[in-house]
Design a binder for this molecule. Structure first.
Ligand SMILES: Cc1cc2nc3c(=O)[nH]c(=O)nc-3n(C[C@H](O)[C@H](O)[C@H](O)COP(=O)(O)OP(=O)(O)OC[C@H]3O[C@@H](n4cnc5c(N)ncnc54)[C@H](O)[C@@H]3O)c2cc1C
Length: 460
């Protein structure tokens, strides 16, 4: 519980209308994209400037009040859950695109800018910020940076960290610091901007991002490749990449997800297919044409049943809309979804998918699969209901086994969603204890009183 005096101080900083304290309002900030984590904050604040963020942090640090940063709350790791109460600091009112420097291909943004809004604005200038988490309609740049988000385009273009030149960050103590800068190369200091990227809101609050942009591609072509065996689809993934073609997107969708997408938005996807690969090549038109031919040849050699070539941009967009609806399709189908984010070496995908199917059958728990296969990144999702204890236990067992298997295969617990609350119990199995100790040491330097997003990433 926060004292009335403390709330009054918060109101002095951001204004009365930007502090929420009623139970109904707090409830809206007690959950995120996960289905199994919920905790009420004691207050929600909406700063509108870096100075306000700094003043909030100074106040919280003085009174040892926990602060959990939040953008749109779409993360699927429990990262923005205020698990120990305190304040949720929501950045959605810091949503200005401050500057687009076309000559140097740089944008400066506040953390609450929605990714889609940024890309609509950039498109008018012939520019693009490539990382494309499939929550782009709502997710914010602050959340993308804190999670080091990825998406379909990352197989060719890389994830968020490859596009961060500099960051303005408010430390848990309230100090305002600038990491990195505006240049394409910079080895002036330790790479502290990169340290903040992917730190899941535990080291500081990002109040400004200086982003590297690239030109929008001149041409793009989309394929929907149909397989009657998901093993063949998975084999095509590493064969395409190992033959020297880097598609701009290379996504895997299994039979369950295909059917659910068709149910939600009928568009003639092959509902009897065991799996689909949605593939895009982009760049110079002649190169795109050549790459598409090479990709089709590999898929045919690997045993594709059918290759559908999008006839125009409109048809291509339909496939990509279907893909971006895929994760929501999974979440809409069960009261509790344990959605994972494991990443394995690409050539292990066929065996990995086969073993997931065996686990799903053995535990009698539906496990769906969709993912950024070009990066070896899959989202196996167990559909369950935590109210049905026995089913829920089986689902948890299946997911635990899948995570352990990913690590055994030389993979990682998370490729893009982060550890948050959801995966912290697995961390000690996946990394050297010294790594956790070092992370705790870094956390102490940034946040001596442990007030920023406590209880995340590692077990207490
Ligand atoms: C349907 C769906 C599809 C998705 N697809 C993808 C995908 O393809 N790829 C992918 O990577 N993710 C995906 N996600 C996960 C999620 O959308 C991303 O992690 C996204 O980057 C979160 O942005 P957000 O604004 O919602 O952040 P939030 O969920 O609000 O916060 C995420 C984390 O960032 C911290 N944070 C937020 N703002 C700041 C800030 N300014 N400074 C410091 N820390 C901050 C929070 O404390 C929290 O730990 C998907 C989620 C959904 C629901």
């Amino acid at each position: 519980m926060l004292s009335n005096d403390f709330i009054a101080e918060l109101e002095k900083i951001v204004g009365k209308e930007d502090v929420l304290t009623s139970k109904e309002e707090l409830t809206a900030y007690s959950y995120d994209g996960t289905t199994s984590w919920v905790h009420l904050p004691d207050a929600v604040v909406f700063p509108t400037s870096t100075q306000e963020v700094s003043d909030i942090m100074k106040l919280a640090n003085k009174h040892l009040v926990y602060v959990t940063p939040r953008g749109a709350g779409t993360n699927v790791s429990g990262g923005s859950i205020p698990i120990k109460g305190g304040i949720v600091l929501c950045t959605t009112k810091m949503n200005k695109i401050l500057n687009i420097d076309k000559e140097n291909q740089i944008a400066e943004v506040e953390p609450g800018v929605v990714l889609m809004d940024l890309n609509i604005t950039l498109a008018k200038e012939g520019l693009r910020f490539p990382p494309d988490p499939q929550s782009f309609l709502g997710a914010t740049l602050g959340g993308n940076i804190a999670e080091n988000a990825g998406g379909p385009a990352c197989v060719k273009y890389g994830v968020v960290k490859q596009y961060i030149l500099g960051l303005e960050v408010v430390l848990p103590t309230g100090e305002i610091v600038n990491f990195g800068g505006r240049t394409m190369k910079n080895v002036q200091t330790y790479d502290l901007a990169s340290l903040i990227v992917g730190s899941e809101g535990t080291l500081g609050i990002v109040t400004k991002g200086i982003l590297r942009l690239i030109p929008a591609p001149a041409a793009a072509q989309t394929l929907c490749v149909v397989f009657d065996d998901m093993g063949k689809a998975a084999t095509s993934v590493y064969k395409i990449l190992s033959q020297g073609v880097i598609p701009s997107k290379l996504e895997f969708v299994d039979n369950w997800v295909i059917n659910r997408i068709e149910e939600m938005m009928p568009m003639g996807l092959p509902t009897d297919a065991d799996a689909l690969l949605l593939i895009e090549s982009d760049g110079i038109p002649e190169v795109v044409e050549k790459e598409i031919k090479q990709i089709i040849d590999v898929c045919n050699e690997t045993g594709a049943k059918e290759v559908r070539v999008a006839k125009d941009a409109e048809e291509a967009l339909k496939y990509w809309k279907a893909r971006s609806a895929g994760f929501a399709a999974v979440f809409g189908k069960a009261p509790t979804v344990l959605a994972e984010d494991v990443t394995v070496p690409r050539n292990k995908l066929p065996e990995f998918l086969k073993r997931i199917k065996e686990i799903s059958e053995r535990e009698n728990v539906p496990i769906t699969n969709i993912g950024h296969a070009g990066d070896g990144n899959l989202h196996p999702s167990a559909l369950t209901d935590e109210k049905d204890k026995e089913h829920f236990e089986r689902a948890k067992k299946a997911i635990d086994e899948i995570i352990e298997m990913a690590v055994e295969f030389g993979g990682v617990l998370s490729g893009e969603h982060g550890i948050g609350l959801e995966k912290k119990k697995f961390l000690k199995k996946a990394v050297d204890p010294k790594v956790i100790e070092l992370m705790k040491g870094i956390k102490r330097v940034f946040d001596p009183n442990n007030i920023l997003n406590p209880g995340k990433i590692w077990e207490d």
